[in-house]
Every structure is written in structure tokens, then in C-alpha cells.
Design a protein around this ligand. Sequence first.
Ligand SMILES: [Zn+2]
Length: 424
Amino acid sequence: MKGLSHQLFPLSCVVQKYAWGKVGLDSEVAKLVVSGDPLAVIEEDKPYAELWMGAHPKGDAVIRDNRISQKTLGQWIEDHPGCLGSKVKDTFQGQLPFLFKVLSVNIALSIQAHPNRELAARLHTQFPEHYPDSNHKPEMAIALTPFEGLCGFRPVEEIGGFLKKVPEFHALVGNEAAEELQSIVGDPLRVPGALKKCFTRMMNCEKKVFVNQLNILVKRVSEEAAAGKDTTGSNGELLLRLHSQFPGDIGCFSIYFLNMVKLEPGEAMFLGANEPHAYLFGDCIECMACSDNTVRAGLTPKYIDVNTLCEMLSYTPAPASSKIFPVSRDPCDPFLFMYDPPVQDFTVMKIQVPASVKQYTVSPIDSASILLVVQGEATGASTAGLSEMSIKSGSVLFISASESVSVHITSPAGMLLFRACCLL
Ligand SMILES: [Zn+2]
């Protein structure tokens, strides 16, 4: 195989400046970019929403090694598919199966769900303009800073509580559907159907009806807050925040259906097919299967496909605490934490090397991987010693399958790394 000596190389990754991103150096994306490349210019008034570390055609990473003739990671993989590892290469037709990202969220992203493979294929055939490919899009978010999101349906008791305390919400759901949901609390088999009816009724309200109810609700909660009253019964703080970001949007009412999940740094949530979710605020590492298929439900100026969304969602109520994805420790490596979702496409590893340890080996695996340095400084060398480079916060490395990286840590406070790969 030609180019065998270049199994490890640094990448320069694409920044997406979507309007919802944190601005200037408030953004973890911007901080990583400027640390990894001192020549990078950060504009103090521009949003830095996403860093894309992968070979996606909309953001193919540039190779920073002038001994390599290919310009981008996508071109390199096309010319050297063996770098993926044989199982990954065969299973995913010579493509890197995942896209690795850093997100810095300042205002809410749309409420959404991602179809499973079967639905994705059908939607792509029927509506290619809205559903650009036929792949599923499971996602994992791992908090870098305290991170907030909406995820999955709340327990029925909580939704019932809001139906009682928030008459404006009750009005959109309607008496019949609300009463049905509240009458079947102890009957788990009937819950998904009743919940679907409530959510579908609300989502199908006429715009002038829900805008009117939202205005009444926001006025009432604002007055209560101004008078120093407790507004938690109406989820007041979050309601006013989302309404200030998306006035008149039906998504503001979704907070009464969906769990508010708060992640501490290192905690994760996994978003499988048909799970309703929205990121609200904070910085995170994200990994996903390579796809763009998103069905939206609100908090967005983009296309909303209410019928598809209401049909596809998993109406399985569960408490917010159950949405935090379990992390496992590697029995052989005390510094390695695994986020291994129930899909083939990707696994994320967190490597937290303490200050007392100066030498660490990023172990060889049977998959190409992408390594992001979040904290610390070191020299990194490939097994054969053919590539040696200094790495620090913001550095992104591509590691071919079966290659290891010997890391000699030079910073006093240890090191924090995230690695995305595909363990089949
Ligand atoms: Zn999503």
C-alpha cells in the first residue's frame, strides 16, 4: 500500500457559522480553533457553531502534512480505503461511517427527530428535497460545559401536571385528549396511543390559535415572574427563554411534553431513531452517523413536517434521569471511558490522563479514528516513529486502523482527549 508511512496526520477542520452558535471566543469551537492554529482569526461578533471533524462532502477536513499529496481526508480515504480497517471498509462501502463534531450552542436548535433506516429510505424517495439521503442518523452528545437539551417524552404524571397548571397548554391539546391521557396513567399499554393523540392535537393547532394561547401564557408568566412568584409550575424560566428566541413558535409548548435534560461535563445523551430532542445551550462533543436526515417540529424557520413527525416519534414516557447515557470504563486502561451506543456506526472514547502521568499510548484498533485534543500539550508519534508532531488543545489527528500514537505529555495539568471510531 502506498503512503504506508503516513498513517497518522493532523487535520484542519471546517467551522460552520450557523446563527445559533456561541459568539466569538465564548464559543468552545472558536477557542479550539484558535488554540490549534494560532494564525486563525476569530471575529468577535460572529457565531462559531460547529467544528466538523470528518470527511463529509459539506465539510471535508484538510490534511496538514505536506508530504501527503491528497488535499483532504475524503480524498485520502478514497485513495487508501485500507486505512478504515477491513471490517469498516467492507461494512460501509469504503466510507468513514461517522462525523465527529464540536458544538457551541447559544440559542435553541430546532425540535427534531431522526428517522430509522427504513423510514429514511422512504422519505428520501418521496421527498428528496427535504430528506437528502437514505441513511439513519443516530447521534451522541457529550457535554464539554454544562449542557441543556430537551429529550424524549416526560413521564405521564409530569405532562398531566402541566395540563392542570397551564390552561393555555391544555387548550391546545383539547379536553378529550387531555382527559384520556390523565385517565390511563396506570395502564402502560394505552399510554403511547393517548400521548400521541395529545401531541398530534397540539402540533396540528391552527397558527392563530396557538400564537394567541402562547401570547396569553407568556404575558401571564412574565407578570408572575415580575411579581416574584414561583413559575416552575408553568416551566416559566424555560418558556420565557425559548419565547424570546422563537416568538410565536409552537415549539415553545413542547417543553410541557419533553424532558429537560441537564448534562455535567463528561455526561452524555444518545439520540436513537424517532427520539424527539432539541439542544438548548452549552458546548458538547457530538458524534453521528453520516446523514443529514432531520424531521423538525418547531423552534425553527425551516421546513416542518408535522405529519411525518407525529407518526414516527417514539411515545415512550421516561424520566429525564433515564436519558443520561451510561459511560463504561475500560478494564485495561484506567484513563479510558467509552460511550458505546447501540448502533454500529460509531463509538466515542474519552481519554482523561491525570497530571501525574507523562507517557500515554493511544492504542491501535481495527478502525480509522479521529482524535481531538481538548486540554493539554504533548508530542505525539506514530508507532514507526515516522510522524512526530506537537499536539495541543484544538489539534485534530487522523489515525489509520491498527496505528497507535505514543503521547509524551509536556503540559503540567494532564490531558483530555476525545476519539471517535467504529468498533464492529
Ligand atoms: Zn438531532
